[in-house]
Design a binder for this molecule. Sequence first.
Ligand SMILES: Nc1ncnc2c1ncn2[C@@H]1O[C@H](COP(=O)(O)OP(=O)(O)OP(=O)(O)O)[C@@H](O)[C@H]1O
Length: 269
Amino acid sequence: MLEVSGLGYRAAGRWLVRDVALQVPAGEFCAILGPNGAGKTTLLRLLSGELTPSRGAVQLLGRPLSSYAPLALAQQRALLSQKRHLEFPFRALEVVMLGRLPHQARGHETPRDRAVVAESLTRVEAQGLSERVYPSLSGGEASRVDLARVLAQEPQLLLLDEPTNHLDPRHQLAVLALARELAAGGCAVIATMHDLNLAARFADRLVLMHRGEVVSLGSASEVLTEDRLRSVYGVEAQVTQLRGRPLVVLEGATPRDPQPHDPHALVSV
Ligand SMILES: Nc1ncnc2c1ncn2[C@@H]1O[C@H](COP(=O)(O)OP(=O)(O)OP(=O)(O)O)[C@@H](O)[C@H]1O
Protein backbone atom coordinates (compact mmCIF):
# COMPACT_ATOMS: atom_id res chain seq x y z
CA MET A 1 0.00 0.00 0.00
CA LEU A 2 2.58 2.57 1.18
CA GLU A 3 6.32 2.33 0.56
CA VAL A 4 8.85 4.85 1.69
CA SER A 5 12.59 4.84 1.16
CA GLY A 6 15.37 7.26 2.05
CA LEU A 7 12.79 9.84 3.03
CA GLY A 8 14.13 13.15 4.31
CA TYR A 9 12.79 16.63 4.85
CA ARG A 10 14.86 19.69 5.42
CA ALA A 11 13.64 23.09 6.63
CA ALA A 12 15.19 26.07 8.35
CA GLY A 13 18.68 24.66 7.75
CA ARG A 14 18.19 21.27 9.38
CA TRP A 15 16.82 17.82 8.69
CA LEU A 16 13.49 17.44 10.45
CA VAL A 17 13.08 13.91 9.07
CA ARG A 18 16.00 11.84 7.91
CA ASP A 19 16.50 8.50 6.16
CA VAL A 20 13.09 6.98 6.84
CA ALA A 21 12.32 3.64 5.24
CA LEU A 22 8.90 2.15 5.88
CA GLN A 23 6.40 -0.19 4.28
CA VAL A 24 2.81 -0.28 5.46
CA PRO A 25 0.62 -2.93 3.82
CA ALA A 26 -3.15 -2.78 3.46
CA GLY A 27 -4.76 -4.08 6.63
CA GLU A 28 -2.13 -2.75 9.03
CA PHE A 29 -2.51 -0.23 11.83
CA CYS A 30 0.85 1.37 12.44
CA ALA A 31 1.53 3.84 15.29
CA ILE A 32 4.27 6.47 15.09
CA LEU A 33 5.68 7.32 18.50
CA GLY A 34 8.38 9.66 19.75
CA PRO A 35 8.95 12.63 22.02
CA ASN A 36 7.77 16.16 21.24
CA GLY A 37 9.63 17.49 18.23
CA ALA A 38 10.82 14.04 17.11
CA GLY A 39 9.40 14.56 13.61
CA LYS A 40 6.17 12.52 13.77
CA THR A 41 3.86 15.17 12.29
CA THR A 42 6.42 16.09 9.65
CA LEU A 43 6.67 12.43 8.64
CA LEU A 44 2.89 12.09 8.49
CA ARG A 45 2.66 15.21 6.30
CA LEU A 46 5.30 13.74 3.98
CA LEU A 47 3.34 10.49 3.78
CA SER A 48 0.18 12.42 2.93
CA GLY A 49 1.81 14.44 0.15
CA GLU A 50 1.19 17.69 2.03
CA LEU A 51 4.95 18.20 2.20
CA THR A 52 7.35 17.44 -0.64
CA PRO A 53 10.37 15.37 0.45
CA SER A 54 13.83 16.91 0.19
CA ARG A 55 15.12 13.39 -0.36
CA GLY A 56 13.65 9.98 -1.10
CA ALA A 57 10.15 9.15 -2.25
CA VAL A 58 6.76 7.88 -1.16
CA GLN A 59 4.86 5.31 -3.22
CA LEU A 60 1.14 4.84 -2.71
CA LEU A 61 -0.52 1.83 -4.32
CA GLY A 62 2.54 1.30 -6.52
CA ARG A 63 2.69 4.87 -7.82
CA PRO A 64 4.83 7.81 -6.68
CA LEU A 65 2.74 10.08 -4.50
CA SER A 66 4.01 13.03 -6.54
CA SER A 67 2.34 11.59 -9.68
CA TYR A 68 -1.19 11.82 -8.22
CA ALA A 69 -3.43 14.74 -9.17
CA PRO A 70 -4.91 16.35 -6.01
CA LEU A 71 -8.39 14.91 -6.61
CA ALA A 72 -7.08 11.39 -7.29
CA LEU A 73 -4.96 11.59 -4.14
CA ALA A 74 -7.93 12.77 -2.06
CA GLN A 75 -9.87 9.72 -3.25
CA GLN A 76 -7.15 7.39 -1.91
CA ARG A 77 -5.81 8.94 1.26
CA ALA A 78 -7.13 11.11 4.07
CA LEU A 79 -5.19 13.08 6.65
CA LEU A 80 -6.58 14.12 10.01
CA SER A 81 -4.31 17.00 11.01
CA GLN A 82 -3.53 17.95 14.57
CA LYS A 83 -4.06 21.64 13.91
CA ARG A 84 -7.58 22.18 12.65
CA HIS A 85 -9.35 25.47 12.33
CA LEU A 86 -12.77 26.27 10.94
CA GLU A 87 -14.28 29.70 11.53
CA PHE A 88 -17.37 29.29 9.34
CA PRO A 89 -20.61 28.41 11.16
CA PHE A 90 -20.98 25.11 9.30
CA ARG A 91 -23.11 22.45 10.91
CA ALA A 92 -21.21 19.29 11.88
CA LEU A 93 -23.12 17.44 9.16
CA GLU A 94 -21.81 19.88 6.54
CA VAL A 95 -18.25 19.54 7.84
CA VAL A 96 -18.46 15.77 7.45
CA MET A 97 -19.98 16.18 3.98
CA LEU A 98 -16.76 18.00 2.98
CA GLY A 99 -15.12 14.57 3.19
CA ARG A 100 -17.31 13.45 0.30
CA LEU A 101 -16.13 16.21 -2.07
CA PRO A 102 -13.42 14.10 -3.76
CA HIS A 103 -16.11 11.57 -4.72
CA GLN A 104 -18.76 13.99 -5.94
CA ALA A 105 -19.20 14.84 -9.58
CA ARG A 106 -19.41 18.66 -9.77
CA GLY A 107 -20.18 18.86 -6.05
CA HIS A 108 -23.59 17.15 -6.36
CA GLU A 109 -24.62 15.27 -3.23
CA THR A 110 -26.08 11.82 -3.78
CA PRO A 111 -28.11 9.61 -1.41
CA ARG A 112 -24.96 7.50 -1.01
CA ASP A 113 -23.00 10.59 0.12
CA ARG A 114 -25.68 11.28 2.74
CA ALA A 115 -25.65 7.65 3.87
CA VAL A 116 -21.83 7.60 4.19
CA VAL A 117 -21.90 10.86 6.18
CA ALA A 118 -24.57 9.51 8.55
CA GLU A 119 -22.66 6.27 9.02
CA SER A 120 -19.38 8.12 9.63
CA LEU A 121 -20.98 10.26 12.34
CA THR A 122 -22.45 7.14 13.94
CA ARG A 123 -19.09 5.34 13.91
CA VAL A 124 -17.57 8.08 16.08
CA GLU A 125 -20.68 8.40 18.28
CA ALA A 126 -21.32 11.92 16.96
CA GLN A 127 -24.69 11.43 15.28
CA GLY A 128 -26.26 13.59 18.01
CA LEU A 129 -23.97 16.47 17.03
CA SER A 130 -24.90 16.60 13.36
CA GLU A 131 -27.03 19.78 13.59
CA ARG A 132 -24.63 21.58 15.93
CA VAL A 133 -22.60 24.52 14.64
CA TYR A 134 -19.00 23.34 14.41
CA PRO A 135 -17.30 26.28 16.20
CA SER A 136 -19.60 25.69 19.20
CA LEU A 137 -18.37 22.11 19.73
CA SER A 138 -16.06 21.15 22.60
CA GLY A 139 -12.53 20.02 21.74
CA GLY A 140 -13.42 16.33 21.95
CA GLU A 141 -16.69 16.75 20.06
CA ALA A 142 -14.95 18.66 17.26
CA SER A 143 -12.24 15.96 17.12
CA ARG A 144 -14.87 13.27 16.60
CA VAL A 145 -16.61 15.29 13.88
CA ASP A 146 -13.26 15.82 12.15
CA LEU A 147 -12.61 12.10 12.35
CA ALA A 148 -16.02 11.45 10.80
CA ARG A 149 -15.04 13.80 7.96
CA VAL A 150 -11.93 11.76 7.08
CA LEU A 151 -13.90 8.51 7.44
CA ALA A 152 -16.47 9.89 4.97
CA GLN A 153 -13.61 10.27 2.50
CA GLU A 154 -13.46 6.43 2.43
CA PRO A 155 -9.68 6.39 1.98
CA GLN A 156 -7.47 3.36 1.42
CA LEU A 157 -4.76 5.08 3.46
CA LEU A 158 -5.82 6.90 6.63
CA LEU A 159 -3.28 9.16 8.34
CA LEU A 160 -4.21 10.38 11.82
CA ASP A 161 -2.18 12.95 13.75
CA GLU A 162 -2.77 12.30 17.45
CA PRO A 163 -6.36 11.12 16.96
CA THR A 164 -6.91 10.61 20.70
CA ASN A 165 -6.08 14.23 21.55
CA HIS A 166 -8.91 15.88 23.53
CA LEU A 167 -10.81 12.60 23.83
CA ASP A 168 -12.04 11.12 27.11
CA PRO A 169 -10.98 7.51 27.90
CA ARG A 170 -14.10 5.95 26.41
CA HIS A 171 -13.72 7.82 23.14
CA GLN A 172 -9.96 7.16 23.01
CA LEU A 173 -10.69 3.44 23.15
CA ALA A 174 -13.51 3.77 20.63
CA VAL A 175 -11.37 5.67 18.13
CA LEU A 176 -8.50 3.20 18.35
CA ALA A 177 -10.89 0.25 18.09
CA LEU A 178 -12.27 1.94 14.99
CA ALA A 179 -8.74 2.30 13.57
CA ARG A 180 -8.32 -1.45 14.10
CA GLU A 181 -11.66 -2.15 12.47
CA LEU A 182 -10.75 -0.04 9.44
CA ALA A 183 -7.44 -1.90 9.13
CA ALA A 184 -9.30 -5.21 9.38
CA GLY A 185 -11.43 -3.97 6.49
CA GLY A 186 -8.32 -3.51 4.31
CA CYS A 187 -7.37 0.12 4.98
CA ALA A 188 -3.80 1.03 5.97
CA VAL A 189 -3.97 3.23 9.07
CA ILE A 190 -1.04 5.25 10.39
CA ALA A 191 -1.45 7.31 13.55
CA THR A 192 0.93 9.42 15.59
CA MET A 193 0.44 8.78 19.29
CA HIS A 194 1.85 9.68 22.69
CA ASP A 195 0.10 7.04 24.80
CA LEU A 196 2.51 4.11 24.76
CA ASN A 197 0.06 1.66 26.30
CA LEU A 198 -2.74 2.44 23.89
CA ALA A 199 -0.30 2.13 20.99
CA ALA A 200 0.91 -1.22 22.36
CA ARG A 201 -2.63 -2.45 22.74
CA PHE A 202 -4.12 -1.39 19.41
CA ALA A 203 -1.38 -1.02 16.80
CA ASP A 204 0.08 -3.91 14.80
CA ARG A 205 3.47 -2.24 14.60
CA LEU A 206 5.16 0.71 16.26
CA VAL A 207 7.56 3.16 14.65
CA LEU A 208 9.64 5.01 17.24
CA MET A 209 11.17 8.31 16.15
CA HIS A 210 13.91 10.32 17.79
CA ARG A 211 15.50 13.49 16.43
CA GLY A 212 13.98 13.00 13.00
CA GLU A 213 15.02 9.38 12.56
CA VAL A 214 13.29 6.05 13.02
CA VAL A 215 15.21 4.41 15.86
CA SER A 216 13.04 1.33 16.27
CA LEU A 217 10.36 -0.40 14.22
CA GLY A 218 8.50 -3.56 15.10
CA SER A 219 6.03 -5.11 17.51
CA ALA A 220 5.25 -3.33 20.77
CA SER A 221 7.42 -5.85 22.67
CA GLU A 222 10.35 -5.17 20.37
CA VAL A 223 10.07 -1.39 20.47
CA LEU A 224 9.02 -0.58 24.04
CA THR A 225 12.01 -1.57 26.13
CA GLU A 226 13.08 0.13 29.34
CA ASP A 227 16.47 1.10 27.86
CA ARG A 228 14.88 2.64 24.81
CA LEU A 229 12.31 4.59 26.82
CA ARG A 230 15.20 5.99 28.86
CA SER A 231 17.37 6.96 25.89
CA VAL A 232 14.57 8.28 23.65
CA TYR A 233 12.04 9.78 26.06
CA GLY A 234 14.27 10.42 29.05
CA VAL A 235 12.02 8.48 31.40
CA GLU A 236 12.56 5.67 33.86
CA ALA A 237 9.85 3.10 33.23
CA GLN A 238 8.96 -0.44 34.12
CA VAL A 239 7.78 -2.54 31.21
CA THR A 240 5.65 -5.49 32.28
CA GLN A 241 3.16 -7.61 30.37
CA LEU A 242 -0.62 -7.50 30.34
CA ARG A 243 -2.57 -9.98 28.22
CA GLY A 244 0.47 -10.65 26.03
CA ARG A 245 1.20 -6.97 25.37
CA PRO A 246 3.77 -4.72 27.04
CA LEU A 247 2.45 -2.45 29.76
CA VAL A 248 4.55 0.63 30.48
CA VAL A 249 4.51 2.10 33.97
CA LEU A 250 6.24 5.46 34.00
CA GLU A 251 8.26 6.04 37.15
CA GLY A 252 10.00 9.37 36.63
CA ALA A 253 12.02 11.58 34.36
CA THR A 254 15.75 11.03 33.98
CA PRO A 255 17.93 13.98 35.06
CA ARG A 256 18.75 14.87 31.43
CA ASP A 257 16.38 15.52 28.48
CA PRO A 258 17.54 13.26 25.62
CA GLN A 259 15.83 15.51 23.05
CA PRO A 260 17.61 18.82 23.66
CA HIS A 261 16.56 21.71 21.46
CA ASP A 262 19.94 21.84 19.77
CA PRO A 263 19.56 23.58 16.41
CA HIS A 264 22.78 21.93 15.20
CA ALA A 265 21.79 18.39 16.16
CA LEU A 266 20.25 17.68 12.78
CA VAL A 267 22.40 19.83 10.57
CA SER A 268 23.25 17.99 7.38
CA VAL A 269 26.85 16.92 6.83
N1 LIG B 1 8.33 24.41 8.80
C1 LIG B 1 9.20 24.23 9.78
N2 LIG B 1 10.30 24.99 9.88
C2 LIG B 1 11.20 24.81 10.87
N3 LIG B 1 11.08 23.88 11.82
C3 LIG B 1 9.99 23.09 11.79
C4 LIG B 1 8.99 23.22 10.77
N4 LIG B 1 8.04 22.28 10.99
C5 LIG B 1 8.42 21.61 12.09
N5 LIG B 1 9.58 22.09 12.57
C6 LIG B 1 10.35 21.58 13.73
O1 LIG B 1 10.65 20.23 13.41
C7 LIG B 1 10.64 19.43 14.58
C8 LIG B 1 9.68 18.26 14.37
O2 LIG B 1 8.34 18.76 14.38
P1 LIG B 1 7.10 17.80 14.36
O3 LIG B 1 5.88 18.66 14.43
O4 LIG B 1 7.24 16.89 13.23
O5 LIG B 1 7.31 17.01 15.72
P2 LIG B 1 6.37 15.96 16.46
O6 LIG B 1 7.17 14.74 16.68
O7 LIG B 1 5.09 15.80 15.72
O8 LIG B 1 6.13 16.71 17.84
P3 LIG B 1 4.88 16.78 18.86
O9 LIG B 1 4.88 15.49 19.61
O10 LIG B 1 5.27 17.93 19.75
O11 LIG B 1 3.62 17.04 18.08
C9 LIG B 1 10.27 20.36 15.72
O12 LIG B 1 11.46 20.77 16.36
C10 LIG B 1 9.58 21.52 15.02
O13 LIG B 1 9.74 22.71 15.76
